[in-house]
Design a protein around this ligand. Structure first.
Ligand code: GLU
Length: 406
């Protein structure tokens, strides 16, 4: 990401002082999370919350639970959120949180106690006007409900706007669960228009089958795309005639993994990314398309559902092959956009219909896509650098006007 930031800053002619400000996280917090496990023993987990930049508004970004979470990763993801919120012009800065733990071996009770104690640890820097978390890898609406309740008990009033991605009955927004996948579908459609293809002429490979990949694939199939492959963290399935997405997702729901699905062939994770297709949607985790496999990618278009799935070296290879990459900070911004709608609805105490949510999301995503595309053409650069120029330019403009408080 540093490379992309620097290129955008060069195009914008930013001075070194401003570059330093924009690169440096505003605040970082590390907390110890002592938790009583089901077997009666105490264990101490570690959690982080990084607030990369709050010049445009409260920090916004998810919380992930994973064994390999570390401060460097959370820092990078927090900065991504700053640029993502700025690309779609939301009045938010970027933040990210994480807890080092393996949810697959934890009970619901243990997860709840971890979430509540982590929330208590970072409570002083949270709040609807300060920092508003959301779900990310291995966290979901239940996690957000516990976070909202813990915060509310401490401040002694129900504060729904402290977190987004909540269950609808607790002040969640209609359309939030599908929002990231919907944004992926919309940006895929706009990208294909740009190269003169229609959804019903395309085959699609999707890496990941969670909130982004699974829902994205389902919505893309409804738009007419043929989904030929999808994966989870254990296996990848492939059927060149097209998968039946409702059936795949029903299987996944019942079995919790794709392993054993019989209506398609099984391929390895590495093979999946290189399958013949028109559109590739990496919607899992970081660093999947690298200099080691970029040359063998067959897709004409890549829609980055995940954060950071493509390395800077891979970007160069893809660009020389003429692959159109819709960058993460644009392609997966649908989620945070509807999080913004959720925060607005909570603060107003007035809730919108799903149609309202989807219509507004559509407008924001389409405008953002074309704004980025225009910027990329103006500077004769990729959509990724175009997106960074839009985002960094917006945050830099705020600093120029606000000045530096001393
Ligand atoms: N975790 C999601 C992301 O990376 C959503 C963040 C949010 O809604 O605040 O964009």
């Amino acid at each position: 990401m540093a490379e992309r930031f620097n290129i955008a800053a060069d195009h914008l002619g930013l001075d070194n002082g401003l570059r330093d400000i924009l690169r440096t996280p505003d605040r970082e917090m590390t907390v110890a999370i002592p938790v009583k496990m089901d077997d009666g023993n105490m264990r101490v987990f570690t959690g982080y919350r990084v607030q990369h930049n709050f010049s445009r508004g409260p920090c916004k970004g998810g919380i992930r639970f994973a064994p390999d979470v570390n401060l460097d990763e959370v820092r990078a993801l927090a900065a991504w959120m700053t640029w993502k919120c700025a690309v779609v012009d939301l009045p938010f800065g970027g933040g990210k949180g994480g807890v080092i733990c393996d949810p697959s071996v934890l009970s619901q009770g243990e997860l709840e106690r971890i979430t509540r104690r982590y929330t208590t640890g970072i409570l002083d820097i949270l709040g609807p006007d300060r920092d508003v978390p959301a779900p990310d890898v291995n966290t979901n609406e239940q996690t957000m409900a516990w976070l909202m309740d813990t915060y509310s008990m401490h401040v002694r009033r129900t504060t729904t706007a402290v977190v987004t991605g909540k269950p609808i009955v607790l002040g969640g927004s209609r359309g939030r669960a599908e929002a990231t996948g919907r944004g992926v579908m919309i940006t895929a459609r706009e990208a294909l228009k740009k190269i003169g293809m229609r959804p019903n002429q395309t085959t699609v490979v999707v890496q990941g089958s969670g909130n982004v990949g699974g829902i994205g694939a389902m919505l893309m199939q409804r738009e007419g795309h043929k989904i030929v492959s999808i994966s989870d963290q254990f296996s990848a399935i492939y059927n060149e005639k097209g998968l039946d997405m409702p059936d795949v997702l029903a299987y996944l729901k019942a079995n919790r993994k794709l392993t054993g699905y019989t209506k398609a062939a099984h391929v390895s994770a590495a093979e999946q990314l290189e399958l013949p297709c028109d559109v590739l949607v990496p919607a899992a985790v970081e660093n999947q398309i690298t200099s080691a496999n970029a040359q063998r990618i067959t897709a004409k278009v890549i829609i980055e559902g995940a954060n950071g799935p493509t390395t800077a070296k891979a970007d160069q290879i893809l660009e020389s092959k003429g692959v159109l990459v819709v960058p993460d900070i644009l392609a997966n911004a649908g989620g945070v956009t509807v999080s913004y709608f959720e925060w607005v609805q909570d603060r107003a105490g007035f809730f919108w219909t799903e149609e309202d949510v989807n219509t507004r999301l559509e407008r924001i995503m389409v405008d953002a896509f074309h704004g980025v595309d225009a910027m990329a053409s103006k500077y004769k650069t990729s959509l990724r650098i175009g997106a960074y120029i839009v985002a960094v330019g917006r945050v830099a403009a705020v600093y120029k006007l606000r000045g530096s408080y001393a």
